[in-house]
Write a protein that binds this ligand. Structure first.
Ligand code: ZN
Length: 72
């Protein structure tokens, strides 16, 4: 999924990354950085996205595999 943060609204498209551990993409979700609004908190609770914390630094992982609990 490619996240395009615009004004705290994150658009999620359907292109998923392949997990380097299980080589699957079905359990891969985007890691979203920044202060999460209510909608994003709900998406995180539903397992649609993973919250990466308030500050994003270059090189931090963008994806999370729920199957392996792996960020990459
Ligand atoms: Zn995996």
């Amino acid at each position: 999924m490619i996240t395009q943060p615009t004004n705290n609204q994150h658009q999620v498209s359907e292109i998923r990354k392949t997990c380097p551990a299980c080589r699957q993409s079905d359990q891969v979700i985007p890691i979203i950085y920044g202060y999460p609004g209510k909608a994003l908190m709900i998406k995180a609770d539903l397992g649609i996205v993973k919250l990466g914390g308030c500050c994003y630094e270059k090189g931090q992982p963008q994806w999370h595999c729920k199957r392996d609990s792996k960020a990459f």
